[in-house]
Design a protein around this ligand. Sequence first.
Ligand code: NAP
Length: 289
Amino acid sequence: MIKANTHVYGVIGDPIEHSLSPALQNWLFKQFDLNAVYTAFQVHPQNLKEAVQAMSALNLKGLNVTLPHKAAVVEYCDKRSGDVDCLGVANTLSRESSGVSASVTDPQGFIESLGQMRTQFKDAEVCVLGAGGAARSILFALATLETGPVWVYNRTREKAEHLIRESKQAFGLSRARTLSESELNAAIESCRMVINTTSVGMYPQTDASPVRDDAPFSDQHFVYDLIYNPVTTRLLQIAEQKGAHTRNGLDMLIFQGLESLRIWTHADLRLSISQLNECRTLLKEQLYE
Ligand code: NAP
């Protein structure tokens, strides 16, 4: 029951009405028996600084930050984790005695979503589709996982080149290079994991795919699509038809949210497999409401 001593958390973004974070975090609070409530705040860019300052004024314990504020919010925070310095974005703010502290939980969310499989990708070749904000987090995660060579294909090749240059400088990504469209299928063939970080295939453009139908997937591939709406994208359909192991973006979403909660509570919170399944079901229901 919500009472006067219930801790208040939320997500800020613009637009925000389709965010799954309130459903996710309120479910997590219940699992861990926390006296807390989580809601969504639509914050226009011109009010971002005031929204961060309101954390102290209103005794808000923590905020998630989503588009379009992830980069702009950093300058309004008093402290930044090392990951925020590397990536230049934050998605988690926590109010501490020393002020507002900024963290980023997407890379950890991706790594944790791999479960026991994560060690299998050490030294493995990986193909990343896309070069936007999500791709940056994925490259950071791949550097942490110490994968082998990383091939980045993006519609706008210059952006991929820029991202690789920055990633080498900011967090020591090594052995990465861009691909042209004509090189993509050959690169896919030699890779163990293919990760889609583009928005191609996301609702409502569900017939679109970031790879061609003749992409040479096999049962040796692990194909990860960061998109979670739809749950099975055209890319994942193509990959599954050829026997590849696949994963959509729901688990990354769940684990980045869990990591935010760990930061806010300073507790080593873990989900059982049955809790994870329950959470996936809950979020899918929210998507199709
Ligand atoms: P972003 O910064 O806007 O980057 C978008 C990327 O998609 C760019 O590489 C862009 O290529 C590419 N793209 C967009 N439309 C395209 C098209 N028609 N053809 C080819 N490429 C196209 O977005 P983001 O923040 O990285 O997010 C990307 C996706 O990841 C979204 O679907 C988002 O929902 C998902 N995501 C999921 C999670 C999760 O937890 N599961 C977390 C973060 C993001 P150009 O550079 O050529 O424009």
